[in-house]
Design a protein around this ligand. Sequence first.
Ligand SMILES: Cc1ncc(CO)c(N)n1
Length: 207
Amino acid sequence: MAFSDDLRAATATTWDAAVGHRFVDELWAGTVDDAVLAQYLAQDALFLDRFVALLGAAVAHADRPSPRMAVARQLGLVAGDEDDYFHRALSRLGATAPVEPLPATRGFLELMDDARRSAHYGEVLAVLLVAEWLYLDWASRPGPAPEDPLYRDWIDLHRGPAFAAWVDLLRREADRVAPEPGARDRMAAAFTRAVELELAFFDAAYG
Ligand SMILES: Cc1ncc(CO)c(N)n1
C-alpha cells in the first residue's frame, strides 16, 4: 500500500466521521441553518487565507518544476474562483463582519503555520493532502446537488475530474517524498492532526 493509503487507513475512524458529518448531510440536502453556514464559512475564510500561504510554501519548497507549476496553478484557482465564492456567500448570508478564530480554526492556523515555517515540502504536502482529499471525499457523494448556488458552488469547488486530478497529484507527491530521511514521521503527524481538525471544524459550525 502507498504511504498515503496507509495514512488514510490509520485515520479512517476520524476521517469517516468528518466525511459523514451532519454538516455534510445538510449541505447535500441544502438544509444547513443559515447561522450555521455563516459560522462555517466565516471561519473557513480565515482558514483559506492561511491555506493560500501554505500553497505558496508548496510552490516555494517543491523540489521539481512540474509539481511546483501544478500547485501554482491550483493556488490561482483558490485565490480566484474559491475566493469569489466566499464573497458571494458571505454577503448573501449577511456575514461580512470580521470574526475571531474558534479553537478548531486556531488549531488549523497553527498547523498550517508550523508546516509553512518548517519549509519541509513533505510536511506541507501532508496538510494540503488532508484538506483537499477529505473535501473531495465528502463532495463526491453520488446524487444531485442542491440547485441553490450557495450549496452547489461549494460542492462543485471540491469535486469533478480537475479537482480529483489535483488530489491525485498531492497523493503522488506525498508518496514520492515520504521515503526521504525523517519525512515519514513528520508527515504522519501532520496528516493525523489535520484529520482531527477537519472533524472538529465541522463540529464547530454548530457552536
Ligand atoms: C477546513 C477546511 N478544510 C479543507 C478545505 C478545502 O481545502 C476547506 N475549505 N476548509
